[in-house]
Design a protein around this ligand. Structure first.
Ligand code: ADP
Ligand code: MG
Length: 347
């Protein structure tokens, strides 16, 4: 038996929209938006996380609000490292002083290049990790959602985040088929903004678009007649204006994104070996990620694929919980530094 305790190590979900840090026996200890506000004159960090997020669209010229992750990968290396350091420090308040630098398991999208993966690992080390091990995001999501990933049975996970939707079929601890598309929560927000601009000549901010999606956004046909009052800037008069929009309109605006997600699921099923797709048919498709919370999305996917579809219990947490549960295997990773390229961690 090793005399080391790994209980103080961290699992990190470095997402396009949100970053979560998981600690064994403590659960999710940090849950913050992946946003950093920087003073562009002094280069100083003004705020990180939800404080920075509240500044979006409301900053003076001297402050720039950055999202260092784009489509699941690092777009701004230095800012990502600063943000990770801040969150790891926050998590370390819950760790014992004696624990030293933590080992970290951090998720990366399944379609990532080696160079992009290296950047994530280096950023985690720069942020204070002793060692950092990558785990494929859909694999972590599947573990976190409680799917039997190690068994000889096909499990399908669809993780819908901010930047990307990752679809994967997993069996015997490895990813058998997967697909990643750049259509997810952010594209839904953009589709809503575009619709309102075109239909009403009204410019709205991204926070407003997101809240419309969360409040009245629905996939597929809408039966209930809910409405929402929104404010924006009239593009003709330049003045603030309030309008009322309906759930039916928003469902129409979201249609293209929903179709793209359905197509990605269908494509993955088509590429899946028959025994495994039969398992998926029996057990159903599991949705995770914040985008899984879009109303009626599970129903639409179910209708279009003729398979049962479930949303996992805490879709925003599943990847973080999965990275945390992967900490159990960290000893294997340390003795096999190349294991990330082998089946255990997916492609
Ligand atoms: P990432 O892994 O990319 O950081 P998350 O899994 O944290 O993303 O999900 C964030 C996305 O989920 C955002 O686009 C957000 O708007 C969306 N989201 C969160 N809650 C809801 C909801 N109730 N309905 C629809 N979308 C939601
Ligand atoms: Mg995610």
């Amino acid at each position: 038996m090793s005399k080391f305790s790994f209980s103080q190590d961290l699992g990190i979900d470095l997402g396009t929209s949100n970053t979560l840090v998981f600690m064994k026996n403590k659960g999710v200890v940090v849950r913050e938006p992946s946003v950093v506000a920087k003073n562009i004159e002094t280069g100083e960090i003004e705020a990180v996380g939800s404080t920075a997020r509240n500044m979006i669209g409301r900053t003076p010229g001297s402050i720039s609000v950055l999202r260092p992750m784009k489509d699941g990968v690092i777009a701004d290396y230095d800012t990502t490292a600063v943000m990770l350091k801040y969150y790891m420090k926050r998590a370390s308040r819950k760790r014992s002083m004696l624990a030293g630098k933590p080992n970290v398991i951090i998720c990366v999208p399944s379609g990532i290049t080696k160079v992009e993966e290296r950047a994530v690992i280096d950023a985690a080390k720069q942020a204070g990790a002793k060692n950092a091990f990558p785990v494929a995001e859909p694999f972590a999501a599947a573990i976190g959602a409680g799917l039997p990933v190690w068994e000889p049975t096909g499990s399908m996970i669809v993780d819908i985040g901010g930047g990307t939707t990752e679809v994967a079929v997993i069996s015997l601890g490895g990813i058998v088929t997967s697909k990643s598309i750049r259509v997810a929560g952010n594209s839904m927000d953009e589709a809503i903004s575009q619709y309102i601009k075109k239909q009403y000549n009204l410019a709205i901010g991204e926070r407003t678009a997101e809240s419309i999606k969360m409040e009245i956004g629905t996939a597929g046909e809408v039966s209930e007649q809910s409405e929402m009052e929104i404010r924006g800037r009239d593009l003709l008069s330049g003045l603030p204006q309030t309008i009322s929009i309906t759930a039916v309109e928003i469902a129409g605006a979201l249609n293209e994104c929903v179709e793209a997600i359905v197509e990605a699921v269908k494509n993955t099923l088509e590429k899946t070996p028959p025994e495994l797709s039969a398992d998926v048919m029996d057990r159903g498709i599991v949705l995770s990620g914040g985008g899984a919370l879009l109303k009626n999305l599970d129903q639409v996917i179910s209708n279009k694929t003729e398979m049962p579809v479930f949303v996992t219990e805490n879709p925003l947490d599943s990847v973080a919980v999965g990275t945390g549960m992967s900490l159990e295997y960290i000893k294997q990773f340390s003795s096999h530094p190349n294991i990330s390229s082998q089946a255990t961690l997916g492609d």
